[in-house]
Design a protein around this ligand. Structure first.
Ligand SMILES: *Cc1c(COP(=O)(O)O)cnc(C)c1O
Length: 377
């Protein structure tokens, strides 16, 4: 592809940081770059404790462990998401309960959340699709009414806000991703944001293989020992080095994405006004990080449009296959038609490249290619 869908924005700064780690001979986790990332997330985004993880999937798994998710629990989440949102909780024995999405943001519909709460509901997991916040006020209110914890899957929501608050800092726990396809990358990587302070000590232990090594390291105990279940939820210092530079460059990267996002919006606006396609909406009181730019088109023409764009060298793509109609999701008894908006948008979405490597000429190429296809219909 001349214009790939994703392309990490790597500068000499990331390269220098990785070389620094290699030269230090200290590649294991919890080094200075890990601490730099955690401190930055805590102070710049506003959470009492951030722990770097090897991925967002692992951060979600830690969240499920911390909330003592157990056999027979139900966890509410959108079907329009990546499988990790569900599997992290299923590993603890929970059943995912899929909710439909709002058509204007493709985020979980609070009305469906309220309807699907049962005495077994053990967590609500909103996903901030494309870097645009879910309806957090309503979700937090529903959760508070039933005393249910909220875990934000903010894999795509790093450096975006809802009513001025950073995504990932609003629920009891929040999860970030630095996967190579996200806006801020470490190859693989993530963060668990622990907004409920009562969970901090246990989170540190779970991350350190179920030991109280973190307290030992701070000089709070004479020795360290096995205190809980846990795993190795610690990224290598190489990952942390890349993530720390990316986080420090977060506004530069966001602003570059914004330029392309706005150019694509402007270039396709009249087609949207004519009803040929739909553009994404960013409701009031939300600041996006411009992670994904998507259009919604006629479902009969969607795959043809993707092929047309690909033939022009543009890495357009669709996603997600809704979880409730996937091979795994159907084992819970879901059937096509159960979540109509999710099923409709999943057949109509086309994502276009908005990474910082997209330049002025690329933008025009993308706009011309989409217009060429639509106008030929
Ligand atoms: C990317 C993504 C994940 C998984 O992130 P990893 O860091 O690759 O584990 C989870 N949920 C959503 C919504 C994602 O977009």
């Amino acid at each position: 592809m001349d214009i790939p869908l994703n392309r990490p924005d790597i500068t000499d700064k990331e390269i220098t940081a990785v070389v620094d780690v290699l030269e230090s001979r200290n590649l294991k986790g919890d080094g200075k770059y890990d601490e730099r990332c955690a401190k930055l997330v805590e102070s710049e985004f506003g959470t009492p404790r951030a722990l770097m993880t090897p991925s967002c999937t692992h951060a979600l798994e830690m969240a499920a462990l911390l909330l003592d998710i157990d056999d027979g629990d139900e966890v509410l989440m959108p079907s329009y998401t990546f499988p990790s949102t569900a599997t992290a909780f299923m590993l603890r024995g929970a059943e995912p309960v899929f909710c439909d999405v709002r058509p204007e943001t493709l985020n979980i519909d609070p009305k469906d959340v309220a309807e699907k709460i049962t005495p077994k509901t053990a967590a609500i997991v909103p996903v901030h699709y494309a870097g645009v916040a879910s309806e957090m006020d309503q979700i937090i209110n529903i959760a508070a009414d039933h005393d249910i914890p909220v875990v934000e899957d903010a894999a795509q929501g790093v450096n975006a806000t809802y009513q001025g608050e950073a995504l990932g800092t609003i629920g009891d726990l929040g999860c970030y991703s630095f996967h190579g396809t996200k806006s801020y990358i470490a190859g693989e990587g993530g963060t668990l944001l622990i907004n409920d302070e009562t969970l901090i000590e246990r989170a540190e232990q779970i991350r350190q293989k179920g030991t109280n090594y973190p307290a030992f390291k701070r000089g709070e105990t004479e020795y360290y020992e096995w205190v809980d279940v846990g795993s190795s939820y610690i990224p290598s210092e190489m990952q942390a080095a890349v993530a720390s530079v990316q986080l420090s460059r977060r506004n530069e990267i966001r602003n570059a994405r914004r330029e392309t996002y706005r150019a694509l919006e402007d270039g396709l606006e009249d087609l949207a006004a004519d009803g040929c396609l739909e553009l994404p909406t960013i409701p009031d009181s939300r600041q996006t990080n411009y992670h994904i730019f998507y259009i919604l088109v006629d479902r009969q023409k969607r795959d043809e449009l993707v092929e047309h764009l690909n033939a022009d060298g543009i890495g357009a793509a669709s996603h997600y296959r809704p979880l409730h109609t996937s091979k795994m999701g159907r084992t819970f008894g879901y059937e096509p038609g159960d979540l109509p908006i999710t099923e409709s948008v999943a057949k109509r979405v086309v994502r276009l490249p908005v990474h910082p490597g997209v330049d002025e000429a690329d933008r025009w190429k993308i706009i011309r290619s989409v217009r060429g296809f639509i106008e030929a219909q």
